[in-house]
Design a protein around this ligand. Sequence first.
Ligand code: PYC
Length: 334
Amino acid sequence: MTPHTFLCIDAHTCGNPVRVVAGGGPILPHASMADRRQIFLRDHDWVREALMFEPRGHDVMSGSILYPPFREDCELGILFIETSGCLPMCGHGTIGTVTVALEEGLVTPREEGRLALEVPAGRVDVTFQRSGRFVDEVRIYNIASYLHAADVSVTVPGLGELVVDVSYGGNFYAIVEPQKNFAGLSSMSAAELVRWSPIVREVVEAAVRPVHPEDNRIRGVSHVMWVDDAPRNTEATARNAVFYGEKAIDRSPCGTGSSARMAQRVAKGRLSVGDRFVHESIIGTMFDCRVEAAATVAGRPAIMPSIGGWARVFGQNRITVDPRDPLWRGFQLV
Ligand code: PYC
């Protein structure tokens, strides 16, 4: 391998990192983003590891690579990269990527205020508002989200019984609401959430093994969402802390997590089509979400959610991965 340079733009969405690879990403065949995701994971995963893991990234690092879309009805293709792999969909990543792409002139929308994106999970439409050269807000019209399994009882070694729901919003989430062995987010530090979440993920995955009924490449409980209805902001409806990868807690309110959460609440009669749902993150940032419409996923009741949020661009990052560096591929301490 010769040294390889990536032209990255660093941003954050409501506190969670988004490193957008605008140049230097691997050339992938003319294929859907779902197929390109598989090809990237098979042949080019070193790119993700080198850019996401230490010493060039960190435990919470997350980002995307821009591609021309395969679908003719889309204007931009996005491949999500993060420490845990390549997600089918990432909400905070989409808000950050769209903000970067627009502010840096990397995409020209067919119609001002709208963009159609191709992501591995399907087509995602966004609307955005700009003030001059800056993007103020991006709203994602996310893919159909549904409650996959309700009231699943698991035994978590060291913690005891938890009853969780497994819900899909672009990734499968184990949702942990306050109950006997979880008294709400104020009862657990971030370090405790990082300690318990991989164990919860493992036992819930063993109990449910979710597979998306319309795309069997989307499978497995990848995220654990701890929630309560005691947000600190008066405008917020609820708050959450989403665990992903090996050590990461989402600093944003999590777009796919918020979609999964709304699907769960609608399925349980606690939210309705047309309702607004303001989700607060572990650091107090908020996404302004809505249940846009009812839908179905392979005959199951589902919703079409939307998520509004903001991102800020803060750096141009020309990163060279040099094979002379013994740590060129990156590492993670777990
Ligand atoms: O916003 O969808 C999201 C997300 C997934 C993992 C981290 N953030």
